[in-house]
Write a protein that binds this ligand. Structure first.
Ligand code: 5GP
Ligand code: ZN
Length: 120
């Protein structure tokens, strides 16, 4: 938990979000500024600032986040046509929220291979 972290505030219900999934380890909610028809953020409850801060003991957690993303993709009927998972790590990748999260993007062809923002 980090007091100034927007995603910790969503996890602690201090800020509203359109939550589509949650369990004891993670939560998933719609991105407030979607870059695709389906744009969902899959977020661990544990406050890990960035991918580079991942520890060996977080390996199962990062795997869990991917499994959740797959389940949500299926629930949103993306599994036939495909989808993209993005993790932005640090300033050059455009990371703006420093609480680790996966972007799940789909619902339209994602033409560019480098995925960020409007260009996804
Ligand atoms: P990043 O560039 O850090 O990987 O992406 C952070 C994402 O979080 C952005 O796509 C942004 O639209 C989203 N975001 C930022 N603040 C909020 C918020 O308060 N609620 C929700 N639902 N999404 C947010
Ligand atoms: Zn946080």
């Amino acid at each position: 938990m980090s007091v100034d972290c927007v995603f910790c505030k969503i996890i602690n219900r201090e800020l509203d979000a359109d939550i589509v999934y949650e369990d004891e380890k993670a939560i998933a909610f719609k991105d407030i500024n979607p870059a695709a028809p389906v744009h969902i953020l899959v977020v661990p409850r544990k406050h890990i600032p960035s991918l580079k801060d991942l520890e060996k003991s977080d390996e199962a957690l990062i795997g869990h986040l991917h499994t959740i993303a797959n389940e949500i993709a299926k629930a949103f009927k993306l599994d036939n046509k495909g989808y993209r998972i993005v993790i932005n790590c640090g300033a050059d990748a455009g990371q703006i929220v420093f609480h680790l999260h996966l972007h799940l993007l789909g619902g339209r062809p994602l033409l560019q291979t480098i995925a960020k923002g409007r260009g996804v």
